[in-house]
Design a protein around this ligand. Structure first.
Ligand SMILES: NC(=O)c1ccc[n+]([C@@H]2O[C@H](COP(=O)([O-])OP(=O)(O)OC[C@H]3O[C@@H](n4cnc5c(N)ncnc54)[C@H](O)[C@@H]3O)[C@@H](O)[C@H]2O)c1
Length: 324
């Protein structure tokens, strides 16, 4: 029998419980060995919910368990870099939530630590693992919509406390979040644009604070230029009801519109809908799939689809939008 992969979770809040713990629990060859949260009550609640034996209130204590192979880091943004580097140095593989860090220097230190230790570093850009988004990428690679001319992405909701998960003040505190809606939601939009239409070589835009009484932005609009010549547009924020949006890609031979609420439509150059092969849109996707991809990378030795360098590029774009 193959040895089960033993994982630990650092930070037991919303994303840990709704995505990582659920995702690992669904992998039959994984044992969730330990959880850690500075809030001991929350750590115990997560452990109880998922049947986890060991509970810690310091990430260093969890990392000292030599039998743990890998960790998910699900803490507030400002902790990602230190905890990731500590984990890599302790010999663990790391799946760190986005944004991987709040500065380029920290992100680079994480990449360097992964290289030096030979351990895997993956960044949690979940939207790459949504089934319809993966299908869009496949259609682009096949040339189905021809040359990509333009990309529009809208990812927004009403913000922490009113979004699907985020229920914490730290999102509004600059020293803990590193930024506002751009680092939270906008970075997903920038990353999915890169995943679908290639590298972005130019970005400009505006940020604003319209709804929440915070120092950072709760809304932003950006325009980007792709290396392949296409232009793109991003709208993001914590100001919007209804929440979310989707992705539109206009090409020489067709159009793809992925409305997150209604699904994916493919249109020919005349604007007529092209029926899709339902089988291609079925199957796993989302958070569970992202966690399982990380596990499969560790089991098979393949590189994760979103490694540290990719995480760096998307962070770099978000920081450039801030004029940093
Ligand atoms: N990939 C996605 O779609 C997605 C969605 C939501 C959140 N996230 C990211 O996940 C991260 C966590 O977000 P959340 O919504 O779960 O926040 P949260 O506030 O619900 O959870 C964070 C947890 O970390 C704990 N914590 C704080 N300091 C700690 C420390 N030093 N050691 C251990 N635990 C500590 C807190 O007590 C809290 O329980 C953020 O970086 C966020 O951007 C990603």
């Amino acid at each position: 029998m193959t040895k089960k992969l033993r994982v630990g979770i650092i930070g037991c809040g919303a994303i840990a419980q709704e995505a990582h713990l659920k995702g690992y629990a669904a992998c039959k060859d994984v044992e969730i060995a330990a959880v850690c949260d500075v809030d001991g009550g929350r750590a115990r609640e997560a452990a109880g919910r998922f049947g986890v034996p060991d509970v810690y209130t310091s990430h260093q204590e969890l990392l000292a368990d030599r039998s743990i192979d890998a960790v998910s880091i699900c803490t507030p943004n400002y902790l990602h870099a230190t905890q990731t580097v500590d984990a890599l140095k302790a010999g663990k593989h790391v799946l760190v939530e986005k944004p991987m860090a709040t500065t380029r220097e920290d992100a680079q230190a994480m990449i360097d630590a992964a290289r030096k230790t030979g351990k895997t570093l993956m960044v949690g850009f979940t939207h790459r693992f949504f089934r319809a988004n993966r299908h869009m990428r496949k259609l682009i690679d096949r040339g189905t919509i021809g040359k990509v001319f333009s990309v529009r992405v809208r990812m927004a909701h009403r913000g922490p406390y009113e979004s699907w998960s985020a229920k914490a003040d730290w999102f509004f505190r600059h020293e803990m979040a590193g930024g506002g809606a751009v680092l939270d939601m906008g970075i997903h939009a920038l990353d999915i644009m890169r995943y679908l239409a290639g590298e972005i070589v130019e970005i400009t835009g505006m940020t604003a604070t319209v709804l929440h009484p915070i120092r950072d932005e709760d809304m932003a609009v950006a325009v980007v230029r792709f290396a392949g010549g296409a232009l793109g547009y991003v709208e993001t924020g914590w100001h919007s009801r209804p929440g979310f949006g989707g992705i539109e890609i206009y090409g020489s031979e067709g159009t793809m519109i992925h409305d997150y609420a209604k699904g994916l439509r493919l249109l020919n150059p005349k604007g007529e809908e092209i029926p899709q092969d339902a089988a291609e849109l079925e199957g796993d996707g989302g958070h569970d799939f992202e966690v399982r991809h990380f596990v499969e990378c560790l089991q098979t030795g393949i590189q994760p689809e979103v490694g540290g360098e990719d995480g760096y590029k998307s962070l770099d774009l978000a920081l450039r939008l801030y004029g940093k």
